[in-house]
Design a protein around this ligand. Structure first.
Ligand code: GAR
Length: 207
């Protein structure tokens, strides 16, 4: 059984999409062994409880240093023998201790077509605000491996979504989730779980 650990900060609709994909048989031979939230009030923790999945809150501010925080996250995942860490709406910029401990084993969903509207400061609704401000006609979502440079790791899957004339950041966010994020994140997990992702230099080859 392939074991995944999920990192979240908020509502957890992507987390829910992973649960649903496992239930529907779209992700196979895979178990969610833990959900870690950076926010004690995240609705994602309720979703975990409802589905009998361990849900815990681990906050940076509860540790004296960033190093100790990262070590705690590493230990949490290692103790559960996590094969793949999935950042599903995780709003913390994570440091090199954690990234090195899970090299090429951390994936992230980002709500734009990278390299547009990504990097530090681009998260959640801000991404869609920026896309609307620029007037792009097409946006989308990207699943990528996490490296030390924010949103710059090898790209696994992308899906385009149309921007509509009357979109607000909220309507665009929902369309990007429905038409892209909730589809490509489970697909990427299924590929990873079955050894179909090969990272060569900074490129991902799908086997
Ligand atoms: C999603 O749109 C996700 O792509 C985005 O936050 C939202 C979380 O929603 N992530 C980022 O912006 C990361 N840089 P969710 O909690 O309902 O899955």
């Amino acid at each position: 059984m392939f074991k995944i650990g999920i990192l979240v900060s908020g509502g957890g609709t992507n987390f829910q999409a992973i649960i649903d994909a496992i239930d529907a048989g779209k992700i196979t031979d895979t178990k969610i062994v833990t959900l870690v939230s950076s926010n004690p009030n995240a609705y994602a923790l309720e979703r975990a409880k409802k589905h009998g999945i361990e849900g815990v809150c681990i906050r940076k501010k509860d540790f004296e240093t960033d190093e100790e925080y990262q070590q705690a996250l590493v230990l949490h995942m290692q103790n559960r023998e996590v094969d793949l860490v999935v950042m599903a709406g995780f709003m913390v910029v994570i440091g090199s201790i954690f990234i090195q401990a899970f090299k090429n084993r951390i994936i992230n969903i980002h709500p734009s077509l990278i390299p547009s509207f990504c990097g530090n400061g681009y998260y959640g609704l801000k991404v869609h605000e920026a896309a609307l401000q620029k007037g792009v006609k097409i946006t989308g979502a990207t699943v990528h491996f996490v490296t030390e440079e924010t949103d710059a790791g090898p790209i696994i899957l992308q899906k385009a979504v149309e921007v509509k004339e009357n979109d607000t950041p909220e309507t665009l966010q929902l369309r990007v989730m429905e038409e892209a994020e909730w589809i490509i994140l489970p697909q990427a997990i299924q590929l990873a779980a079955h050894g179909k992702l090969k990272v060569e230099n900074q490129y991902v080859r799908i086997l």
